[in-house]
Design a protein around this ligand. Sequence first.
Ligand SMILES: [Zn+2]
Ligand SMILES: [Zn+2]
Length: 288
Amino acid sequence: MEIVSRHPGYIDLHVHSTASDGSLSPLKIIELAKKIGLRAVAITDHDTIEGSAEALDRPQSPFLEILSGIEISADFSSGTMHILGYLMRLDDFSLTQTLKTLQEARATRNVKIVQKLQELGVNIRYDEVAAFSGGGQIGRPHIAQVLVHKGVAKSFDEAFRRFLKKGGPANVERYQLLPAEAIQAILQAGGVPVLAHPFTLNAKNETALDDILAGLKQAGLEGLEVYCPGHGPTNTALYERLARRHGLLMTGGSDFHGAAKPDVRLGSGRGNLRIPYRLVEDLKKSRE
Ligand SMILES: [Zn+2]
Ligand SMILES: [Zn+2]
């Protein structure tokens, strides 16, 4: 495998497939990753390991390493908290059960949102929403698409603003795991829990972020997603500093969604993302 070590290449550890809200199937993602010469990739779908399992259930290429992955949404009132997991045993019973509960909660929530819209006098049916999802996980973006398609809202943003946003007339709160529960679910399956895109926590300053990380670390967090397209150089430096201070592994990824987020490319994000393979080596070392 000498050729591989001479060309260490880059990685992408944050990728969504059609198993959640991405537009490419797991197999298409692997094809693309090979084409652009990535050295390692992890499919990290929202609350499901199906995409990851499909990618790993194939004969593996010696040039592209596939890590098991997931992204679990956690309940966090002042912002969005996503916990990534890597290197889990995908057949772990308790993880599978937890994810099943989360999937069911997602599904009932969508039905309730459609009901609320109907009560508001909007002509919309659940099967129309399902048709927009292309067979993957259904979410509010699909409901917004139907509202735009039917002329109820002029744009995607307007659909969210008028109906679907947090506190909006058609929104329904979704059952989510507490941060410590999400971390434990990943740990129990042998995985490495990592806080995704820390900027979405909306922490007001470094001290606030410090406190959140200290709490998560105590709950078992082992890594921080330092490299992602939403982080400028200043933030990247801040997250590197925080990761070191809290003894957290560093990871990175594009949060690629395919056509659903056309400005973000696999591997390179908005153009300048370069995540070195040694981060994968660090992840694996933590499990040796
Ligand atoms: Zn996320
Ligand atoms: Zn993501």
